[in-house]
Ligand binder design. Structure first.
Ligand code: RAT
Ligand code: ZN
Length: 411
């Protein structure tokens, strides 16, 4: 293949390969209103809320008192009409509309709203999955979430496209309150870890793993996360999460580096970032070679050391350009570094979508970047005389878009 043919083939294969989106905040349609979609949800996405407040002078409370539609109007006005919508999150809204065949150039929010009203959620899920070329979506499912728990307790027919992930932040970052809740649900736990506490936490994890059919267990942690340490988080990981993981063959996903609520007035949009210690991840991987770990980190400063950790520990699979890193410049830099350091045993991207429609933009924006970096790498190989074949390219791209992740979970 000529270098041009390599680039064209890689671009085409990356576009055509269906993706397994391994971390989102989307829900199986059986969860009803928890599955967010449509223009107003797109506009009130917390990434845009944070950006719009930069232009607003009114008190925060006044914005939060508005209806969703009014909030969307305010954001549209501030971020799309009064200034050009060049940020990644703004551009995303326009990519969604464009992919749906809508004319963004009219800048006509009421007529966009009218268009979305014609859809039924089930049909819309299919339309969006087709457009985004997504084959499977990992949800974020928390037993501590009062909004979703009733649906699990009631039971429902699963949509095969949506798989569950057992999210346990309250357990690991707010143990005193989590202990109270577990006790309320009949688990014999004590805040001081006495008696059968660890065994009962394991029973709790096993119950919800079964109920969710959870593909992995997940937590997000602050920059200060350390292991081993004299903290409830560290104790629970060692004595409950790790044995649970081994017993169920379940990987433990760590998302590290989020500083929650640095500006609480921004609500969901008020979280920030801090550099963490990759050493804590290495020590976990070394202490528990029989456990599998997934990891993404929020700080740009941590990306190189995390790649090196993955070179040292085959029980560590790194994934995604998380949240503030999910912008083209960072995706390019991080994906290039990962491919150069660990080749194809990585999942370069997840979407973190909260609104169904965002699947189209997040993947439309990431795919060409991944393709471009990958094409550079194949070109370098071709320069040595090693010509990649189309089927080798297809195999590799399948790995990057979820296949390597599935293989890792199945190991
Ligand atoms: O990216 C996001 O939408 C964040 O608000 C978080 O949900 C983060 O991804 C997380 O899973 O904690
Ligand atoms: Zn997330």
């Amino acid at each position: 293949m000529s270098t041009l043919a390599i680039r064209q083939t890689v671009t085409e294969v990356v576009q055509k390969t269906p993706v397994f989106d391994i971390h989102t905040h989307l829900y199986d349609p059986a969860f009803g209103n928890l599955l967010l979609w449509g223009i107003d949800e797109l506009l009130v996405y917390h990434y845009l809320v944070a950006e719009s407040f930069r232009w607003m002078d009114a008190p925060y409370d006044r914005f939060w008192a508005l209806t969703k539609e009014q909030q969307a109007d305010a954001i549209w006005e501030a971020l799309f009409l009064k200034h050009s919508p060049i940020s990644e999150a703004c551009r995303g809204v326009l990519t969604v509309l464009n992919q749906l065949g809508l004319d963004v150039n009219k800048r006509d929010l009421p007529s966009l709203r009218k268009w979305f009203k014609q859809w039924k959620p089930e049909d819309y899920v299919t339309r969006i999955c087709e457009l985004a070329n997504v084959r499977k979506i990992a949800m974020t499912n928390s037993p501590f979430d009062d909004a979703e728990r009733p649906t699990w307790d009631r039971g429902f027919t699963r949509d095969a496209r949506f798989v569950a992930a057992l999210r346990i932040d309250p357990l690991l970052v707010d143990w005193p309150n989590a202990a109270k809740r577990l006790a309320g649900w009949g688990y014999k736990v004590s805040e001081d870890f006495s008696g059968q506490t660890f065994g009962e936490v394991r029973r709790f994890l096993a119950d919800w793993t079964k109920k969710f059919d959870a593909q992995y267990c997940m937590v997000s942690l602050p920059p200060e996360f350390d292991f081993p340490a004299n903290t409830a988080t560290s104790q629970l990981i060692e004595h409950a999460i790790m044995p649970h993981g081994r017993e169920h063959g379940q990987a433990f996903a760590l998302m590290i580096g989020v500083k929650r609520a640095v500006n609480p007035q921004l609500q969901l949009a008020g979280d920030s970032v801090g550099a963490a210690d990759v050493g804590a991840v290495e020590r976990l991987c070394a202490a528990f070679p029989e456990n599998k770990f997934l990891c993404t980190m929020l700080a740009r400063e941590n990306q190189h050391a995390l790649c090196i950790a993955a070179r040292k520990f085959r029980n560590l699979h790194i994934f995604g350009c998380w949240w503030f890193l999910n912008v083209p410049g960072m995706i390019e830099e991080i994906t290039r570094m990962r491919l150069e350091l660990i080749g194809l045993s990585v999942t370069p991207q997840h979407s973190d979508c909260r609104v169904l429609d965002q699947l189209t933009y997040k993947w439309a924006h990431s795919r060409p970047i991944i393709a471009n970096v990958l094409a550079d790498k194949y070109e370098d190989l071709a320069a040595t005389g090693w010509q990649p074949t189309r089927s080798e390219i297809e195999r590799d791209v399948h790995s990057l878009l979820g296949g390597a992740f599935e293989d890792f979970l199945a190991r």
